[in-house]
Design a protein around this ligand. Structure first.
Ligand code: ZN
Length: 281
C-alpha cells in the first residue's frame, strides 16, 4: 500500500493511492497516518481503495508521516560517500537529529536560510517506525518498520561544518526535511538494501547510487538506535546518502535560488523541489 497525506501545511488529511495512482480520501477511516495507526498498518489492509472517495484535482502533498516524534539521521553511511567527503568510514553509525520543524512535503520549496552559501542535497532512504520498542534484536528489527519513504536530507554545509558545535544547525532549517511522496508499506519493498536512488539538479544527475553500498543497513540501524532510546511509532530514520553531494564535487557546487532538485528511490516515487530565497528575508 502507498499512503499519502494531502492538503495545506498543518491540515493534511490521510489518503491512499488506488491502483491507477489516484488519491483516495482515507479520513473517514483514520484521523492521520501517525502514532497508533502506524503501529498497526495491517489494520488498514482490508480497505479497498476503490471504495473510498476520489480526491479531486492535484492537492499539495504533505510529509507522508504525521506527528513525527524523532527524525533520526545517519551520517556517512555509504562507503562511497564517506570517501568523497574525505572522512573515514565510521566504525558504528553516526547519529544526528534533524529538528522536526524542518519536515515538509515532498514538493515544497527548499528555502535557502539567510546567509546560506552552501546548501546541498542528499537523497536518502528513510524507514518509518511502526511498532515501537527498545533493545530490539537485529533479526526482529524490520518487523518494527511500517514502511519506507524518500527523505531529502537538505544540508547547509557552512552551518554544519564551519560553525562551532555539532551538525544540527546545518540540518534543521525550515523545509530541510521533505518526506514522501508516499509511505510505502514494508511488504512492497522486497529488499531495502537493494534500491537504486538518485538526485538531479536542473536535470543534471548528481547522485546515482544504490542502498547496497550502505555501511549499516536498515535492520542494524533500528537495532542499534533502540539500544539508546525507545523507538516510537512515527519516528523516522533517514539512513544516509550515496555519493554525489555538492560538497563532494570538484569544484564544489551548491544550490541557488531558481534551481530545481529532483530525487527518487526505486519503488518509492519522486520528489521535486524548487529552491527559493527565504521569504522571511
Ligand atoms: Zn544525510
Amino acid at each position: 500500500m502507498k499512503f499519502v497525506r494531502f492538503g495545506e501545511p498543518g491540515a493534511e488529511r490521510p489518503g491512499i493511492l488506488d491502483r491507477n495512482g489516484a488519491i483516495r480520501d482515507l479520513s473517514g477511516r483514520v484521523d492521520d497516518l501517525a502514532g497508533a495507526v502506524l503501529a498497526d498498518l495491517s489494520a488498514l489492509s482490508g480497505i479497498d481503495p476503490e471504495s473510498l472517495p476520489v480526491v479531486p484535482g492535484t492537492p499539495r502533498l504533505g510529509p507522508c508521516v504525521g506527528q513525527v516524534g524523532k527524525l533520526l539521521c545517519i551520517g556517512l553511511n555509504y562507503s562511497d560517500h564517506a570517501a568523497e567527503t574525505g572522512m573515514e568510514a565510521p566504525a558504528e553509525p553516526i547519529l544526528f537529529l534533524k529538528a522536526n520543524s524542518a519536515i515538509c512535503g515532498p514538493n515544497d520549496p527548499i528555502i535557502l536560510p539567510r546567509g546560506s552559501q552552501k546548501t546541498d542535497w542528499e537523497v536518502e532512504l528513510a524507514a518509518v517506525i511502526g511498532r515501537g520498542g527498545k533493545y530490539i534484536a537485529e533479526e526482529d528489527a524490520l518487523d518494527h518498520v511500517a514502511g519506507y519513504c524518500i527523505c531529502n536530507d537538505v544540508s547547509e554545509r557552512s552551518f554544519q561544518l564551519e560553525r562551532l558545535g555539532q551538525w544540527t544547525k546545518g540540518k534543521s532549517s525550515d523545509n530541510f526535511g521533505p518526506l514522501g511522496p508516499w509511505l510505502v508499506t514494508r511488504d512492497e519493498v522486497a529488499d531495502p538494501q537493494n534500491l537504486k536512488l538518485w538526485c538531479k539538479v536542473n536535470g543534471e544527475t548528481m547522485q546515482d547510487g544504490t542502498t547496497a553500498t550502505m555501511i549499516f543497513g536498515v535492520a542494524h540501524l533500528v537495532h542499534y538506535l533502540s539500544q539508546f532510546f525507545t523507538l516510537h511509532p512515527g519516528d523516522v530514520i533517514s539512513t544516509g546518502t550515496p555519493p554525489g553531494v555538492g560538497m563532494g564535487k570538484k569544484p564544489q557546487r551548491f544550490l541557488k535560488a531558481g534551481d530545481v532538485v529532483e530525487l527518487g528511490v526505486e519503488g518509492l516515487g519522486t520528489q521535486r523541489q524548487q529552491v527559493i530565497a527565504d521569504p522571511a528575508g
